[in-house]
Design a protein around this ligand. Structure first.
Ligand code: TYD
Ligand code: MG
Length: 449
Protein backbone atom coordinates (compact mmCIF):
# COMPACT_ATOMS: atom_id res chain seq x y z
CA UNK A 1 0.00 0.00 0.00
CA UNK A 2 1.43 3.42 -0.89
CA UNK A 3 2.28 5.38 2.25
CA UNK A 4 0.00 8.30 1.55
CA UNK A 5 -3.15 6.28 0.91
CA UNK A 6 -6.02 7.06 3.23
CA UNK A 7 -8.05 4.32 4.81
CA UNK A 8 -10.97 4.38 7.19
CA UNK A 9 -10.58 2.49 10.44
CA UNK A 10 -13.20 1.50 12.99
CA UNK A 11 -11.98 2.98 16.30
CA UNK A 12 -13.67 0.19 18.19
CA UNK A 13 -12.55 -3.01 16.47
CA UNK A 14 -9.86 -1.90 14.04
CA UNK A 15 -11.58 -3.02 10.82
CA UNK A 16 -10.26 -1.16 7.80
CA UNK A 17 -12.47 0.20 4.98
CA UNK A 18 -11.67 1.85 1.67
CA UNK A 19 -14.31 4.54 2.16
CA UNK A 20 -16.22 6.08 5.03
CA UNK A 21 -19.43 4.47 6.26
CA UNK A 22 -21.69 5.11 9.24
CA UNK A 23 -21.70 1.65 10.75
CA UNK A 24 -18.91 -0.88 11.10
CA UNK A 25 -19.87 -4.15 9.38
CA UNK A 26 -17.67 -6.16 11.71
CA UNK A 27 -18.58 -4.98 15.19
CA UNK A 28 -21.83 -3.16 14.40
CA UNK A 29 -20.80 0.10 16.15
CA UNK A 30 -22.10 3.38 14.76
CA UNK A 31 -19.98 6.45 14.05
CA UNK A 32 -16.73 4.79 15.00
CA UNK A 33 -15.12 4.87 11.56
CA UNK A 34 -12.49 7.59 11.19
CA UNK A 35 -10.07 8.41 8.40
CA UNK A 36 -6.51 7.34 9.12
CA UNK A 37 -3.45 7.63 6.98
CA UNK A 38 -1.75 4.41 6.07
CA UNK A 39 -3.17 2.39 8.93
CA UNK A 40 -2.01 -0.87 7.45
CA UNK A 41 1.65 0.04 7.17
CA UNK A 42 3.75 -2.26 9.30
CA UNK A 43 5.20 -0.46 12.30
CA UNK A 44 8.58 -2.10 11.72
CA UNK A 45 11.46 -0.30 10.08
CA UNK A 46 10.98 -2.32 6.90
CA UNK A 47 14.28 -4.25 7.17
CA UNK A 48 13.98 -7.80 5.82
CA UNK A 49 15.30 -10.77 7.76
CA UNK A 50 16.20 -14.19 6.37
CA UNK A 51 13.64 -17.00 6.76
CA UNK A 52 14.64 -19.72 9.22
CA UNK A 53 13.14 -23.07 10.22
CA UNK A 54 11.15 -23.14 13.47
CA UNK A 55 12.10 -25.70 16.13
CA UNK A 56 9.33 -28.30 16.45
CA UNK A 57 8.60 -29.94 19.81
CA UNK A 58 6.04 -32.31 21.34
CA UNK A 59 3.56 -31.76 24.16
CA UNK A 60 5.62 -33.55 26.76
CA UNK A 61 8.46 -31.72 28.37
CA UNK A 62 8.77 -28.71 30.58
CA UNK A 63 5.31 -27.54 31.65
CA UNK A 64 5.85 -25.98 35.05
CA UNK A 65 3.21 -23.46 36.09
CA UNK A 66 4.39 -19.93 35.30
CA UNK A 67 6.33 -18.30 38.13
CA UNK A 68 4.35 -15.41 39.54
CA UNK A 69 4.98 -12.42 41.71
CA UNK A 70 2.51 -10.70 43.98
CA UNK A 71 0.98 -7.27 43.45
CA UNK A 72 1.00 -6.47 47.16
CA UNK A 73 -2.80 -6.74 47.26
CA UNK A 74 -4.36 -10.17 47.60
CA UNK A 75 -7.54 -8.92 45.92
CA UNK A 76 -5.55 -7.93 42.81
CA UNK A 77 -3.66 -11.25 42.93
CA UNK A 78 -6.98 -13.06 43.11
CA UNK A 79 -8.32 -11.27 40.03
CA UNK A 80 -5.12 -12.23 38.20
CA UNK A 81 -5.45 -15.88 39.21
CA UNK A 82 -2.50 -15.76 41.63
CA UNK A 83 -0.26 -12.82 40.75
CA UNK A 84 1.64 -11.36 37.82
CA UNK A 85 3.46 -13.59 35.34
CA UNK A 86 6.92 -12.49 34.10
CA UNK A 87 6.98 -11.86 30.36
CA UNK A 88 3.24 -11.20 30.13
CA UNK A 89 1.40 -8.15 28.86
CA UNK A 90 -1.70 -6.88 30.64
CA UNK A 91 -4.30 -4.28 29.82
CA UNK A 92 -6.05 -2.49 32.69
CA UNK A 93 -9.06 -0.59 31.37
CA UNK A 94 -11.49 1.70 33.15
CA UNK A 95 -13.26 5.05 33.11
CA UNK A 96 -11.18 8.18 33.70
CA UNK A 97 -10.97 8.87 37.42
CA UNK A 98 -11.86 5.38 38.57
CA UNK A 99 -8.43 4.90 40.15
CA UNK A 100 -6.29 3.07 37.59
CA UNK A 101 -3.21 5.22 38.19
CA UNK A 102 -3.67 4.88 41.95
CA UNK A 103 -3.98 1.10 41.76
CA UNK A 104 -0.94 0.74 39.53
CA UNK A 105 1.19 3.15 41.53
CA UNK A 106 0.39 1.12 44.66
CA UNK A 107 1.14 -2.12 42.80
CA UNK A 108 4.37 -0.75 41.34
CA UNK A 109 5.51 0.45 44.75
CA UNK A 110 4.75 -2.94 46.32
CA UNK A 111 6.67 -4.76 43.58
CA UNK A 112 9.60 -2.35 43.91
CA UNK A 113 9.72 -2.84 47.68
CA UNK A 114 9.67 -6.57 47.02
CA UNK A 115 12.91 -6.26 45.04
CA UNK A 116 11.49 -6.12 41.50
CA UNK A 117 13.09 -3.55 39.24
CA UNK A 118 10.02 -1.45 38.51
CA UNK A 119 9.63 1.38 36.05
CA UNK A 120 6.49 3.52 35.89
CA UNK A 121 6.17 5.59 32.72
CA UNK A 122 3.46 8.21 32.60
CA UNK A 123 2.28 10.01 29.52
CA UNK A 124 -0.44 11.83 31.42
CA UNK A 125 1.06 13.28 34.55
CA UNK A 126 4.18 15.23 35.42
CA UNK A 127 6.75 13.69 37.77
CA UNK A 128 5.72 16.02 40.57
CA UNK A 129 2.10 14.98 40.28
CA UNK A 130 3.11 11.33 40.57
CA UNK A 131 5.36 12.12 43.55
CA UNK A 132 2.52 14.03 45.20
CA UNK A 133 0.20 11.09 44.77
CA UNK A 134 2.87 8.70 46.07
CA UNK A 135 3.35 10.79 49.20
CA UNK A 136 -0.40 10.95 49.72
CA UNK A 137 -0.45 7.15 49.50
CA UNK A 138 2.50 6.91 51.90
CA UNK A 139 4.72 5.29 49.29
CA UNK A 140 7.60 7.81 49.05
CA UNK A 141 10.14 5.29 50.28
CA UNK A 142 9.47 2.69 47.56
CA UNK A 143 12.52 2.29 45.26
CA UNK A 144 10.36 2.93 42.22
CA UNK A 145 11.76 4.42 39.02
CA UNK A 146 9.68 7.05 37.26
CA UNK A 147 9.79 8.49 33.78
CA UNK A 148 7.54 10.75 31.75
CA UNK A 149 7.17 10.34 28.02
CA UNK A 150 4.85 9.57 25.15
CA UNK A 151 7.10 8.70 22.19
CA UNK A 152 7.22 4.93 21.76
CA UNK A 153 10.82 4.93 20.54
CA UNK A 154 12.00 6.90 23.59
CA UNK A 155 10.15 4.49 25.85
CA UNK A 156 11.61 1.42 24.13
CA UNK A 157 15.10 2.84 24.32
CA UNK A 158 14.64 3.65 28.00
CA UNK A 159 13.36 0.20 28.91
CA UNK A 160 16.01 -1.57 26.84
CA UNK A 161 18.69 0.35 28.73
CA UNK A 162 17.00 0.08 32.12
CA UNK A 163 15.81 -3.57 31.82
CA UNK A 164 12.95 -3.44 34.34
CA UNK A 165 11.21 -6.61 35.59
CA UNK A 166 7.94 -4.74 35.78
CA UNK A 167 6.92 -1.89 33.48
CA UNK A 168 3.78 0.25 33.74
CA UNK A 169 2.64 2.45 30.88
CA UNK A 170 0.01 5.00 31.91
CA UNK A 171 -1.72 5.20 29.44
CA UNK A 172 -1.53 3.43 26.08
CA UNK A 173 -3.72 6.14 24.51
CA UNK A 174 -1.09 8.83 25.07
CA UNK A 175 1.67 6.97 23.21
CA UNK A 176 2.62 7.60 19.63
CA UNK A 177 4.89 5.89 17.19
CA UNK A 178 6.35 7.89 14.32
CA UNK A 179 5.88 4.89 12.01
CA UNK A 180 2.16 5.64 12.09
CA UNK A 181 0.97 9.00 10.81
CA UNK A 182 -2.32 9.13 12.73
CA UNK A 183 -2.84 10.94 16.03
CA UNK A 184 -2.21 9.36 19.49
CA UNK A 185 -5.25 7.51 20.76
CA UNK A 186 -6.41 6.32 17.33
CA UNK A 187 -6.68 2.61 16.65
CA UNK A 188 -3.62 2.60 14.41
CA UNK A 189 -1.44 4.18 17.10
CA UNK A 190 -2.86 2.17 19.99
CA UNK A 191 -2.40 -1.06 18.06
CA UNK A 192 1.14 -0.28 16.93
CA UNK A 193 2.29 0.82 20.40
CA UNK A 194 0.56 -2.04 22.21
CA UNK A 195 2.00 -4.64 19.85
CA UNK A 196 5.55 -3.25 20.18
CA UNK A 197 5.30 -3.24 23.98
CA UNK A 198 3.78 -6.73 24.04
CA UNK A 199 6.63 -7.95 21.88
CA UNK A 200 9.09 -6.32 24.25
CA UNK A 201 7.40 -8.07 27.23
CA UNK A 202 7.84 -11.49 25.60
CA UNK A 203 11.40 -10.91 24.44
CA UNK A 204 12.69 -9.35 27.63
CA UNK A 205 10.66 -11.44 30.12
CA UNK A 206 9.32 -8.20 31.57
CA UNK A 207 5.77 -7.87 32.90
CA UNK A 208 4.17 -4.95 31.06
CA UNK A 209 0.96 -3.32 32.23
CA UNK A 210 -0.80 -1.02 29.77
CA UNK A 211 -3.40 1.32 31.21
CA UNK A 212 -6.30 2.06 28.86
CA UNK A 213 -9.12 4.57 29.16
CA UNK A 214 -12.60 3.50 28.33
CA UNK A 215 -14.44 5.85 26.00
CA UNK A 216 -17.84 7.33 26.84
CA UNK A 217 -19.45 4.46 24.95
CA UNK A 218 -17.85 2.07 27.41
CA UNK A 219 -15.06 0.82 25.20
CA UNK A 220 -11.32 1.10 25.30
CA UNK A 221 -10.28 2.83 22.08
CA UNK A 222 -9.51 -0.09 19.81
CA UNK A 223 -10.49 -2.61 22.50
CA UNK A 224 -10.49 -5.67 20.33
CA UNK A 225 -7.15 -4.92 18.76
CA UNK A 226 -5.50 -4.46 22.13
CA UNK A 227 -7.45 -7.20 23.86
CA UNK A 228 -6.21 -9.88 21.54
CA UNK A 229 -2.61 -8.65 21.67
CA UNK A 230 -2.23 -8.89 25.42
CA UNK A 231 -2.36 -11.94 27.71
CA UNK A 232 -4.62 -10.54 30.40
CA UNK A 233 -7.42 -7.97 30.17
CA UNK A 234 -8.70 -6.45 33.39
CA UNK A 235 -11.44 -3.89 33.87
CA UNK A 236 -11.44 -1.59 36.86
CA UNK A 237 -15.01 -0.53 37.57
CA UNK A 238 -16.93 1.66 39.98
CA UNK A 239 -20.64 1.95 40.46
CA UNK A 240 -21.96 5.54 40.35
CA UNK A 241 -21.05 7.46 43.44
CA UNK A 242 -19.83 4.42 45.37
CA UNK A 243 -16.43 4.14 46.93
CA UNK A 244 -15.90 0.46 46.19
CA UNK A 245 -14.09 -0.66 43.05
CA UNK A 246 -14.12 -4.01 41.31
CA UNK A 247 -11.25 -5.31 39.28
CA UNK A 248 -12.48 -7.98 36.93
CA UNK A 249 -10.46 -10.27 34.65
CA UNK A 250 -12.29 -10.55 31.33
CA UNK A 251 -9.48 -12.46 29.63
CA UNK A 252 -6.63 -14.35 31.26
CA UNK A 253 -4.22 -16.66 29.48
CA UNK A 254 -2.76 -17.74 32.84
CA UNK A 255 -5.83 -18.27 34.96
CA UNK A 256 -9.61 -18.20 35.14
CA UNK A 257 -11.47 -15.24 33.64
CA UNK A 258 -14.27 -13.46 35.48
CA UNK A 259 -12.44 -13.45 38.77
CA UNK A 260 -12.99 -10.25 40.72
CA UNK A 261 -11.06 -8.35 43.34
CA UNK A 262 -12.76 -5.74 45.53
CA UNK A 263 -11.22 -2.48 46.72
CA UNK A 264 -12.48 0.61 48.44
CA UNK A 265 -11.22 4.08 47.46
CA UNK A 266 -10.30 5.94 50.62
CA UNK A 267 -8.52 9.21 51.30
CA UNK A 268 -5.25 7.31 51.53
CA UNK A 269 -5.67 5.20 48.40
CA UNK A 270 -7.21 1.88 47.53
CA UNK A 271 -7.77 -0.52 50.39
CA UNK A 272 -8.59 -4.17 49.83
CA UNK A 273 -12.00 -5.42 50.88
CA UNK A 274 -11.33 -8.94 52.05
CA UNK A 275 -14.92 -9.77 52.97
CA UNK A 276 -16.99 -8.19 50.20
CA UNK A 277 -20.23 -9.94 51.19
CA UNK A 278 -20.36 -7.76 54.31
CA UNK A 279 -20.08 -4.67 52.08
CA UNK A 280 -23.03 -5.60 49.91
CA UNK A 281 -25.42 -6.77 52.59
CA UNK A 282 -28.01 -4.13 53.41
CA UNK A 283 -29.00 -2.84 56.82
CA UNK A 284 -30.29 -6.30 57.70
CA UNK A 285 -33.70 -5.00 58.72
CA UNK A 286 -35.31 -8.36 59.17
CA UNK A 287 -38.92 -7.44 59.83
CA UNK A 288 -39.40 -5.34 56.72
CA UNK A 289 -41.16 -7.18 53.92
CA UNK A 290 -39.48 -6.93 50.53
CA UNK A 291 -35.89 -7.88 51.26
CA UNK A 292 -34.17 -11.16 50.46
CA UNK A 293 -30.49 -12.06 50.62
CA UNK A 294 -29.03 -13.66 47.52
CA UNK A 295 -26.28 -16.26 47.96
CA UNK A 296 -24.46 -15.21 44.81
CA UNK A 297 -21.10 -15.79 43.17
CA UNK A 298 -18.73 -13.70 41.08
CA UNK A 299 -16.18 -15.82 39.25
CA UNK A 300 -15.01 -18.40 41.74
CA UNK A 301 -15.84 -16.34 44.82
CA UNK A 302 -19.07 -16.27 46.81
CA UNK A 303 -20.73 -12.89 47.21
CA UNK A 304 -23.85 -12.35 49.28
CA UNK A 305 -26.01 -9.34 48.53
CA UNK A 306 -29.48 -8.12 49.28
CA UNK A 307 -32.43 -7.59 46.97
CA UNK A 308 -34.89 -4.90 48.04
CA UNK A 309 -38.34 -4.71 46.48
CA UNK A 310 -41.15 -2.23 46.81
CA UNK A 311 -44.59 -2.92 45.34
CA UNK A 312 -47.27 -0.22 45.50
CA UNK A 313 -50.62 0.22 43.72
CA UNK A 314 -50.03 2.22 40.57
CA UNK A 315 -51.72 5.50 39.67
CA UNK A 316 -50.50 5.18 36.10
CA UNK A 317 -52.13 3.61 33.08
CA UNK A 318 -48.87 1.78 32.49
CA UNK A 319 -47.39 0.76 35.87
CA UNK A 320 -43.77 1.52 36.49
CA UNK A 321 -41.01 -1.10 36.61
CA UNK A 322 -37.69 0.19 37.92
CA UNK A 323 -34.68 -1.98 38.52
CA UNK A 324 -31.22 -1.06 39.77
CA UNK A 325 -28.33 -3.52 39.72
CA UNK A 326 -30.16 -6.22 37.81
CA UNK A 327 -31.41 -6.76 34.28
CA UNK A 328 -34.77 -5.14 33.50
CA UNK A 329 -35.62 -7.87 30.97
CA UNK A 330 -35.02 -10.45 33.66
CA UNK A 331 -37.40 -8.59 36.01
CA UNK A 332 -40.10 -8.46 33.33
CA UNK A 333 -39.74 -12.20 32.75
CA UNK A 334 -39.81 -12.97 36.47
CA UNK A 335 -42.98 -10.89 36.96
CA UNK A 336 -44.64 -12.77 34.08
CA UNK A 337 -43.62 -16.15 35.51
CA UNK A 338 -44.78 -15.10 39.00
CA UNK A 339 -48.17 -14.15 37.63
CA UNK A 340 -48.56 -17.26 35.46
CA UNK A 341 -47.13 -19.90 37.80
CA UNK A 342 -47.63 -18.75 41.37
CA UNK A 343 -50.69 -16.53 41.03
CA UNK A 344 -48.98 -13.45 42.53
CA UNK A 345 -50.13 -10.60 40.29
CA UNK A 346 -48.25 -7.32 39.77
CA UNK A 347 -50.31 -6.05 36.81
CA UNK A 348 -51.68 -2.98 38.63
CA UNK A 349 -48.64 -2.25 40.77
CA UNK A 350 -45.53 -0.14 40.42
CA UNK A 351 -42.58 -2.43 41.04
CA UNK A 352 -39.17 -1.22 42.23
CA UNK A 353 -36.34 -3.70 42.64
CA UNK A 354 -32.80 -2.86 43.62
CA UNK A 355 -29.62 -4.56 44.72
CA UNK A 356 -28.28 -3.01 47.93
CA UNK A 357 -24.76 -1.59 47.94
CA UNK A 358 -24.66 -0.70 44.25
CA UNK A 359 -23.58 -4.08 42.98
CA UNK A 360 -24.58 -5.19 39.49
CA UNK A 361 -25.65 -8.83 39.42
CA UNK A 362 -25.24 -11.06 36.38
CA UNK A 363 -25.38 -14.47 38.12
CA UNK A 364 -28.43 -16.33 36.65
CA UNK A 365 -29.11 -17.90 40.05
CA UNK A 366 -30.39 -14.54 41.35
CA UNK A 367 -33.98 -15.29 40.23
CA UNK A 368 -35.18 -16.99 43.40
CA UNK A 369 -33.93 -14.27 45.76
CA UNK A 370 -35.48 -11.59 43.51
CA UNK A 371 -38.76 -13.55 43.42
CA UNK A 372 -38.81 -13.91 47.21
CA UNK A 373 -38.22 -10.17 47.64
CA UNK A 374 -41.07 -9.41 45.22
CA UNK A 375 -43.56 -11.87 46.74
CA UNK A 376 -42.63 -10.67 50.22
CA UNK A 377 -43.17 -7.02 49.23
CA UNK A 378 -46.48 -7.76 47.54
CA UNK A 379 -47.88 -9.94 50.30
CA UNK A 380 -46.39 -7.98 53.20
CA UNK A 381 -44.76 -11.10 54.65
CA UNK A 382 -41.09 -10.76 55.59
CA UNK A 383 -38.70 -13.46 54.39
CA UNK A 384 -37.67 -15.52 57.46
CA UNK A 385 -34.79 -13.82 59.28
CA UNK A 386 -31.14 -14.73 58.49
CA UNK A 387 -32.10 -16.61 55.32
CA UNK A 388 -30.28 -16.65 51.98
CA UNK A 389 -31.65 -17.93 48.67
CA UNK A 390 -30.43 -18.84 45.21
CA UNK A 391 -31.73 -20.66 42.12
CA UNK A 392 -32.54 -19.94 38.50
CA UNK A 393 -36.23 -19.87 37.57
CA UNK A 394 -37.32 -21.08 34.14
CA UNK A 395 -40.42 -20.00 32.22
CA UNK A 396 -42.22 -23.07 33.56
CA UNK A 397 -41.70 -21.80 37.12
CA UNK A 398 -39.34 -24.67 37.95
CA UNK A 399 -36.31 -23.79 40.06
CA UNK A 400 -33.22 -25.07 38.31
CA UNK A 401 -29.97 -26.18 39.94
CA UNK A 402 -27.25 -23.53 40.01
CA UNK A 403 -23.49 -23.77 39.70
CA UNK A 404 -21.33 -23.74 42.84
CA UNK A 405 -24.18 -24.64 45.21
CA UNK A 406 -21.91 -25.88 48.00
CA UNK A 407 -19.88 -22.68 47.98
CA UNK A 408 -23.04 -20.57 48.32
CA UNK A 409 -24.10 -22.62 51.35
CA UNK A 410 -20.69 -22.39 53.00
CA UNK A 411 -20.56 -18.60 52.58
CA UNK A 412 -24.08 -18.22 54.01
CA UNK A 413 -23.11 -20.28 57.06
CA UNK A 414 -19.82 -18.38 57.43
CA UNK A 415 -21.63 -15.04 57.57
CA UNK A 416 -24.00 -16.17 60.29
CA UNK A 417 -27.11 -17.01 58.28
CA UNK A 418 -29.23 -19.84 59.64
CA UNK A 419 -30.89 -21.25 56.53
CA UNK A 420 -30.65 -21.25 52.77
CA UNK A 421 -33.44 -21.86 50.27
CA UNK A 422 -32.49 -23.19 46.87
CA UNK A 423 -33.14 -25.73 44.15
CA UNK A 424 -34.22 -29.25 45.16
CA UNK A 425 -31.66 -32.02 44.93
CA UNK A 426 -28.81 -30.32 46.78
CA UNK A 427 -27.44 -31.78 50.02
CA UNK A 428 -26.16 -29.44 52.68
CA UNK A 429 -23.95 -30.28 55.62
CA UNK A 430 -23.08 -26.68 56.47
CA UNK A 431 -26.42 -24.92 56.94
CA UNK A 432 -30.09 -26.02 57.21
CA UNK A 433 -31.38 -26.22 53.65
CA UNK A 434 -34.88 -25.57 52.29
CA UNK A 435 -35.20 -27.36 48.93
CA UNK A 436 -37.74 -25.68 46.64
CA UNK A 437 -38.59 -27.23 43.29
CA UNK A 438 -40.92 -24.56 41.89
CA UNK A 439 -41.92 -20.94 42.24
CA UNK A 440 -45.32 -22.09 43.48
CA UNK A 441 -43.61 -24.01 46.26
CA UNK A 442 -41.45 -20.98 47.08
CA UNK A 443 -44.54 -18.74 47.37
CA UNK A 444 -46.27 -21.26 49.62
CA UNK A 445 -43.17 -21.62 51.80
CA UNK A 446 -42.92 -17.86 52.19
CA UNK A 447 -46.53 -16.91 52.76
CA UNK A 448 -47.58 -20.14 54.45
CA UNK A 449 -50.67 -20.52 52.31
P1 TYD B 1 -6.76 8.07 39.42
O1 TYD B 1 -5.93 6.95 39.93
O2 TYD B 1 -6.03 9.30 38.99
O3 TYD B 1 -7.75 7.59 38.26
P2 TYD B 1 -7.45 7.17 36.75
O4 TYD B 1 -5.99 6.95 36.60
O5 TYD B 1 -8.28 5.93 36.56
O6 TYD B 1 -7.96 8.29 35.89
O7 TYD B 1 -7.78 8.39 40.60
C1 TYD B 1 -8.43 9.56 40.59
C2 TYD B 1 -9.48 9.66 41.67
O8 TYD B 1 -9.23 8.93 42.84
C3 TYD B 1 -9.56 11.09 42.05
O9 TYD B 1 -10.88 11.52 41.78
C4 TYD B 1 -9.25 11.16 43.50
C5 TYD B 1 -9.39 9.77 43.97
N1 TYD B 1 -8.41 9.40 44.98
C6 TYD B 1 -8.81 9.17 46.29
O10 TYD B 1 -9.99 9.26 46.63
N2 TYD B 1 -7.87 8.80 47.23
C7 TYD B 1 -6.55 8.71 46.91
O11 TYD B 1 -5.73 8.38 47.79
C8 TYD B 1 -6.15 8.97 45.58
C9 TYD B 1 -4.71 8.89 45.17
C10 TYD B 1 -7.10 9.30 44.64
MG1 MG C 1 -4.65 8.04 35.45
Amino acid sequence: MPRNQQSFVCQSCGSVYGRWQGRCDDCGSWNTIEPEQDALAAPSSGKKTKARGLPIEGLTGHAAPPPRFGTGASEFDRALGGGLVPGSALLVGGDPGVGKSTLLLQTAAAAAKDGKRTLYISGEEALDQIRLRASRLGLEDAPLQLAVGTALKDILQTVKANKPDFLIIDSIQTLWSDDIPSAPGTVGQVRACASELTRYAKNAGCTVVLVGHVTKEGQIAGPRVVEHLVDVVLYFEAENGRSFRLIRAVKNRYGPANEIGVFEMQGSGLKEVLNPSALFLGEGDEDTPGTAVFAGTEGSRPLLCEFQALVIPSQLAQPRRTVVGWDSGRLAQLLAVLSARSGVEFGRDDVFLSVAGGLRITDPAADLAAALALISAKEGTPVPARTTAFGEIGLSGKIRPAAQGAMRLTESAKLGFVRTAGPAGLESDTIPYVPLSSLQEAATWLTGS
